[in-house]
Design a protein around this ligand. Structure first.
Ligand code: ATP
Ligand code: MG
Length: 357
């Protein structure tokens, strides 16, 4: 870490389907602790980004410009993230070889694991265990992302006047956020980031990714159900939903909305459980010791409980700012608390430095 000067720390830019978030973090050289320098959000209209695909680039570019301007950000170097079907993450076993050898042969080795033409993807990898076992095998985490999507994000960022330095993956950003704030757990834990239209799942075993998956579900579904049931606009439905979930206990949620929230919660929880179970059945006998929730929709009343029931695991709402030093004269604690779950991905992105892996 000491290898890189402060100037190579990047801005985290999270282009979500409901809002864009931007963050700058500074790391203390001596004790490695993190401090929040900048955090801002701007809402996007519902059609600008759909399931991770940018439908309206101009709206997104303008929103990024406005946000960077408003937050008075001077740094240009950006870490952004992609997610969804265009990203394939797999743990694979390969014959023992050096990093350099793998770099040479990864295209060829990866081909059989990737459902796209190998020439259409960017490939990166991490050797997870190069100690080697008797069979002379090693475990590698393979990440393949469609060039088309990566290029699209890069040109958006350039158009907004910034430099796209690192393109990360949502699920890994959540993992980075988690590692900053929580001690590496020995056992199996699941990180479940529930955004507006995507749920990023990441199971960690001994602190390393064992499985990730993105499921196209999220907070939008609650809003759309309310919209349909009450015959109101999306914006009105969103207000009703979020207004009803204020932490003050006297907030009255109309019964009709409560019923919708709980029906959609059950659905989403079942889907989360099914995806997690798919992987857990591969490691029988190792229980999931905890599920950490983040993402804006994790605040939906009753959703955490529904996921707890479906998975049979203890649930914890993550605190993305848990170990980040915050100057309360610069940031309203109330605002940060309200937005903290939506900031989860952005925290992970803002931790990245140009040149690290
Ligand atoms: N207090 C709240 N109660 C319920 N839902 C909430 C609350 N606050 C935010 N949300 C929901 O969280 C979602 C936004 O979360 P987030 O910012 O993590 O998603 P995103 O990054 O924009 O979307 P995605 O990553 O899926 O593209 C919206 O659907 C919003 O309605
Ligand atoms: Mg998101």
């Amino acid at each position: 870490m000491g290898l890189f000067s402060r100037s190579t720390q990047t801005i985290g830019l999270d282009i979500g389907s409901s809002s864009i978030k931007v963050m700058e973090l500074l790391q203390d050289k001596k004790n490695a602790s993190w401090r929040l320098k900048t955090f801002g959000m701007v809402d996007l209209p519902p059609e600008a980004v759909v399931d991770g695909a940018v439908m309206n680039p101009n709206v997104v570019v303008d929103a990024i410009r406005e946000l960077v301007d408003r937050c008075k950000i001077k740094t240009k170097d950006v870490t952004a993230a992609i997610s969804g079907h265009s990203v394939i993450i797999k743990r694979i076993n390969l014959p023992q070889m050096s990093f350099e050898e793998l770099e040479e042969s990864i295209q060829w080795e990866a081909e059989q694991y990737i459902p796209f033409d190998i020439n259409d993807v960017n490939i990166s990898f991490q050797i997870l265990d190069d100690k080697g076992d008797e069979a002379g095998q090693m475990e590698v985490l393979l990440v393949a992302a469609r060039k088309e999507l990566v290029n699209e994000y890069q040109s958006l960022i350039q158009e907004a006047g910034l430099k796209p330095r690192i393109v990360d993956v949502d699920a890994f950003a959540v993992e980075n956020m988690f590692s900053l704030n929580y001690d590496a757990p020995k056992e199996l834990v699941a990180l479940v980031n529930i955004g507006a239209s995507t749920v990023n799942l990441n199971i960690l075993h001994n602190g390393v990714t064992a499985f990730t998956r993105d499921v196209q579900m999220g907070g939008r579904q609650f809003t759309e159900e309310i919209q349909r049931a009450l015959g109101i606009s999306y914006e009105e439905a969103e207000m009703l939903k979020v207004g009803g979930s204020e932490e003050d206990q006297d907030a009255v949620i109309p019964e009709e909305i409560e019923n919708i929230l709980s029906a959609v919660s059950e659905n989403l929880a079942t889907e989360v459980h099914r995806s997690l179970d798919f992987h857990l059945s591969a490691t029988p006998g190792v229980p999931l010791s905890r599920v950490y929730l983040s993402g804006g929709a994790a605040r939906t009343p009753g959703l955490a409980r529904a996921i707890g029931r479906a998975t049979g695991s203890p649930i914890e709402i993550a605190d993305p700012f848990r170990k980040i030093t915050i100057d309360e004269r610069e940031f309203s604690p109330r605002y940060l608390h309200d937005k903290s779950l939506q900031a989860a991905v952005c925290v992970g992105l803002a931790m990245r430095r140009v040149g690290d892996q």
